[in-house]
Design a protein around this ligand. Sequence first.
Ligand code: 7JQ
Ligand code: MG
Length: 214
Amino acid sequence: TGLSRPQRILKAVQKNATKGNPESVIAAIDHYCRHSEWAMNVGDEKGLILDSVVTEVNPSTALELGTYCGYSTVRIARLLSPGTKLITLEFNPDYAAIARQIIAYAGLQDKVILVEGPSGDLIPKMKQQHGIKSFDFVFLDHWKDRYVPDTKLLEECGLLRKGSVLLADNVICPGTPEYLKYVRNDPRYESRYFKSNLEYTKVEDGLEKSVFLG
Ligand SMILES: Oc1cc(-c2ccc(F)cc2)cc2cncnc12
Ligand SMILES: [Mg+2]
C-alpha cells in the first residue's frame, strides 16, 4: 500500500530541506502538512508558543512525551544551549524510525536521545538510565489519557523540581479535560492557557503551561 504518512513526510524533508539546517526542516514539514496532507505535528502557530516557552526556560534537561516524526523535537533541540539534552519518548517504533532520520537530517542527533517504549515504563528509569536529577522542561504531546498518569509519575519519581515547566499540547482539541482539571486545581501548579489553533487548521486548540511549585 505504498509509503506511510511519516515516510511521505520524511521524503518531503529530504526533497525540500537543507541538511543540517533545522529551520529548513521545520519549514519543509509545515509546508507539506499545510498543502499536501495534514499530520499531527504541533505545527507553526503553536510552534511559536513552544519556541517562546523553551527560550524563556532555557532548560538544561528537557523531556518530550510523544515524538511522532520529530517535528517538535527539532523545534525544541534547535533552541537548546550547547551541552544540554532533550530526551524524547515514542511508543510507536515506525514513528521512532522516521523521527531518528528527520532529527539527523536537521543535524541535531547529538542533542537528542530518542527512547522507544511506553512512557509509563520509561519515566521511572530516567534517573538511572540517563543520570537525570530532574527535568527543567517537559512537553506533553502523546496520548491524551497519559497526561495525568505521567505527570503524577514524574512527581512521584522526583523528576520535577520547584520551577519545572510542563507544556501540554492539545488541551482543547482533541482535548485533555482531566489534565486541565488536575493542573488548574492542584495548588502545587501555577497554570496558564495559551489560546491557538489546531495545527494547519482554523479549529481552536491551545497549550497549557504549568509551573510546578514544589
Ligand atoms: O496535535 C495532535 C492532534 C491530534 C488530532 C487528531 C485528529 C483530529 F481530528 C484532531 C487532532 C492528535 C494528536 C495525538 N497525539 C499528539 N498530538 C496530537
Ligand atoms: Mg499534538
